[in-house]
Design a protein around this ligand. Structure first.
Ligand code: FE
Length: 229
């Protein structure tokens, strides 16, 4: 491979989408950033998916997919469900609002501003990924809003949720406790905030978290975390 500055690639802009499909009664979806409209008449879209993903194998067999365009306000936890967990281990769709669309593939409605449904027309093997080109056969606008961009998602990932202003002494103490970063997904455990999803109240230092506690975004275990630098 030729030597070049890989940062040149970082300036390409993308969105954040949930791509879904189904096979033999099973539904699945995953986060994808590469979704583009490639023709207008008739409308066609292209998506690039990693071959190791379950959604990829569902699309290969069912030849259909749906794309939900995520709202700029989508939480990291929601993205984590589709982005850092495998459909081989979790039934992702059972945890969100969706409908079965015209192709039979599920369409994620939660946190989506619009959706597109497509039938695969062509696919191209590009190494680690496959590019699927689909003719658009359905879709709709769900609500007004702005689409989440990949750049904004990355900015947010590097930031822990803000703590509510408070004067409780245990939280004052928490200010001196260190934050820990998940080595898998980048989520930050902030003792000032705790982990509401995991029933960890504010004020619990990382070291005092239960041994079976896991990252709320990607399910990584405690030993995958390291102190924030
Ligand atoms: Fe994580």
């Amino acid at each position: 491979m030729a030597e070049f500055d890989k940062k040149a690639l970082y300036s390409i802009s993308y969105g954040v989408y949930v791509v879904t499909s189904y096979y033999e009664g099973r539904l699945n979806g995953q986060i994808a950033n590469a979704v583009i409209q490639v023709t207008a008449e008739p409308p066609k879209v292209a998506i690039a998916l990693n071959k190791s993903n379950l959604t990829h194998s569902f699309i290969e067999k069912s030849r259909v997919f749906a794309v939900s365009v995520l709202d700029a306000a989508t939480t990291l936890e929601f993205i984590g469900l589709f982005g850092f967990k495998s459909g081989r281990e979790v039934d992702k769709l059972s945890q969100v609002k969706y409908k079965i669309g015209v192709t039979g593939a599920p369409v994620v409605l939660e946190n989506a501003i619009s959706y597109i449904e497509a039938k695969v027309e062509k696919e191209m093997d590009v190494g680690t990924h496959t590019i699927f080109v689909g003719e658009v056969v359905g879709g709709g606008v769900l609500k007004e809003g702005e689409a989440l961009t990949y750049a904004e998602y990355h900015r947010r990932k590097g930031r822990a949720p803000k703590a509510a202003p408070t004067y409780r002494p245990e939280e004052q103490k928490a200010k001196k406790m260190g934050r820990y970063v998940c080595g898998i997904c980048g989520w930050i455990y902030d003792p000032e905030v705790g982990d509401p999803q995991g029933n960890i109240p504010p004020g619990v230092p990382f070291e005092k978290l239960p041994d079976d506690w896991t990252c709320p975004v990607c399910n990584a275990s405690k030993d995958q975390f390291s102190p924030e630098k």
